[in-house]
Write a protein that binds this ligand. Structure first.
Ligand SMILES: [Zn+2]
Length: 298
């Protein structure tokens, strides 16, 4: 009786082992356990909590998909966390999470391969007033001014995490699975929906999802009355289309603090709260952030 190579489980297992380890820059098996991701299955649009075992005296040099990752020390004194993520439009397939830990005893490369899985987002068509699809000269002027304001807001973030514990939903209203939906506006302009819509009636209290500082509280063309909270280390939460804003730029807010009332201002088809989560220039699925257990982190 003759076995072909593929019929031999042992050879197949060895081949698989070599294949996996030729993909991963890890030097040993144990190193991949030192960098832990939550969730361990990463999809396009996922926020990801990264845990690295390294002493308090260490410095960590890390980047992923072209974004630098900033770590903060864990309570235990011998590990570090970072709240990072993968943009909704990220290419799926293997990616390299580069992590190098520097300490007195030298540098250790803990880089690893992370598979980005596709998330199954929908496609939809909707109609909005024509001025939002073909803005006139006055509108274009405002849109241009808004772009500058937002670039400034997203150009700086607190140098430490301002959030504490789990994020909570910004409204008591029905969420929709609208994040990531490819949208056709009036059959023309295509865009990807980078937030989560809540079916909130006009006047529903909108609250801070976590601790942070208000870095924008004003009316913008598309966003309507908008509040942006900086949660630190490049993480922001954005609430749009409010009927009323109850906070001021520079104000510190606690989890659940009132930001304003939901409404139907800006480019909308009806009253709702659009809530977006941004890490650096990546848009993350708010529903996944709400499910992430951060209670023991800080
Ligand atoms: Zn929306």
């Amino acid at each position: 009786m003759q076995y072909s190579i593929l019929n031999s489980p042992r050879i197949l297992a060895s081949a698989l082992f070599l294949f996996v380890f030729s993909l991963a820059p890890d030097r040993t098996c144990s190193q991949s356990n030192v960098v832990k991701l939550t969730p361990d299955v990463v999809e396009a649009g996922s926020p990801v909590l990264i845990h690295v075992e390294a002493g308090r005296e260490a410095t960590i040099d890390a980047d992923w998909l072209g974004r630098k990752i900033q770590f903060f020390p864990a309570r235990d004194g011998h590990s570090w966390f970072a709240l990072a993520g993968v943009d909704v439009e990220a290419e799926t397939g293997p990616s390299v999470l580069r992590v190098v830990v520097h300490s007195d005893s030298g540098s250790i490369d803990l880089s690893r391969t992370v598979e980005i899985h596709p998330a199954h987002y929908r496609t939809s068509s909707l109609s909005v007033p024509p001025k939002f699809v073909e803005p006139g000269p006055d509108e274009l002027k405002q849109i241009e001014a808004d772009v500058k304001v937002k670039a400034k807001v997203f150009g700086a973030s607190a140098h430490e995490p301002l959030w504490s514990g789990n994020f909570r939903a910004p409204v008591t209203a029905q969420p929709t699975d609208s994040f990531g939906t490819r949208r056709m506006f009036n059959g023309k302009l295509a865009s990807i929906h980078k937030g989560m819509d809540y079916r909130a009636a006009v006047g529903t209290p909108v609250r801070a999802g976590n601790r942070g500082v208000v870095v924008l509280a004003r009316r913008l063309y598309y966003e309507g009355n908008c509040v942006i909270i900086d949660h630190g280390l490049g993480l922001w939460a954005i609430s749009m289309h409010l009927s009323r804003i109850d906070v001021q730029e520079g104000q510190h807010v606690v989890t659940g603090g009132l930001l304003g009332l939901s409404g139907a201002t800006g480019r909308v088809t009806g009253p709702h709260l659009h809530w977006a989560v941004r890490w650096q220039d990546a848009y993350l699925d708010p529903a996944k952030l709400l499910r992430l257990d951060l209670s023991g982190v800080r």
